[in-house]
Design a protein around this ligand. Structure first.
Ligand code: HEM
Ligand code: HEM
Length: 189
């Protein structure tokens, strides 16, 4: 198959995808351990660059996901590759789960900080000390949102890993254009 006939996602969708993948991976690596204990010991999270970077990357992913979803509604149709029925369904379900987690992670993090009264501390000295809207909401006491957030972070990384393995399997064994559809034009079969 020549270069032109390899169906691809548009350039903006590809940029969003790889920026998100990089930001999520770094945020995961920086996921602050024992955050609750450190806060009870009086730590100011603004003094810890891993926490500041984790939260900033996470908020960046949140903003990017909202913009991305807007773009999904407006963009040219995503490439339609011929796949067996069950594979197409599995891929749809995987995308749905990844989109849901990309929204649920920042949401659960904000619920965790707001309900515990911990500050949100971002790069550039940006700081939100209190989130009364969250603290006073019915959601605040529904769960230990810090635990929920950590668990969702693990689930996202496992699913993203499975999704990456599936993309490589498509490329190496099924030899279809699924992986190429998310890569720049210079990659071709
Ligand atoms: C890309 C999105 C994100 C991923 C993959 C992610 C992942 C994680 C993981 C795995 C942990 C648990 C770390 C551990 O216990 O070893 C964690 C903790 C934490 N994250 Fe995130 N996170 C994301 C976004 C955010 C955002 C947007 C914020 C802030 C608004 C945030 C704030 C926190 C806080 C405060 C904790 C400690 C929670 C606690 O134990 O009470 N995260 N994150
Ligand atoms: C945290 C990491 C990742 C996340 C959250 C993620 C999420 C997503 C999402 C939401 C889509 C749908 C995109 C759209 O409709 O615009 C997608 C598509 C895609 N992703 Fe990822 N991805 C990640 C990592 C990877 C990696 C490492 C690879 C390759 C090794 C990969 C390969 C692909 C491919 C080939 C597609 C398009 C084809 C398809 O699955 O139907 N992704 N990804």
């Amino acid at each position: 198959m020549n270069l032109q006939s390899t169906p691809r996602y548009d350039a903006l969708s590809r940029a969003f995808h790889w920026l998100t993948a990089i930001a999520v991976t770094i945020a995961f690596v920086l996921g602050p351990e024992h955050f609750g204990r450190l806060m009870h010991q009086g730590l100011d999270p603004a003094t810890r660059s891993d926490i500041v970077w984790h939260e900033s990357l996470g908020i960046f992913v949140f903003a990017m996901t909202l913009l991305r979803l807007l773009w999904v509604a407006l963009r040219p149709a995503a490439p339609q590759l011929e796949s067996a029925g069950w594979l197409a369904l599995a891929s749809k379900l995987m995308h749905l789960a990844l989109w849901a987690l990309l929204l649920a992670l920042p949401a659960s993090a904000l619920l965790a900080l707001g309900s515990e009264g911990h500050p949100l501390t971002l790069l550039g000295g940006v700081r939100v000390d209190q989130m009364p809207l969250i603290a006073n909401s019915v959601f605040a006491k529904l769960a230990d949102w810090g635990d929920v957030h950590g668990l969702l972070g693990d689930v996202l990384i496992w699913l993203a890993g499975l999704h990456a393995v599936a993309a490589i399997y498509h490329h190496v064994f099924l030899k279809d254009g699924v992986l190429l559809s998310m890569l720049p034009e210079k990659f071709s079969r």
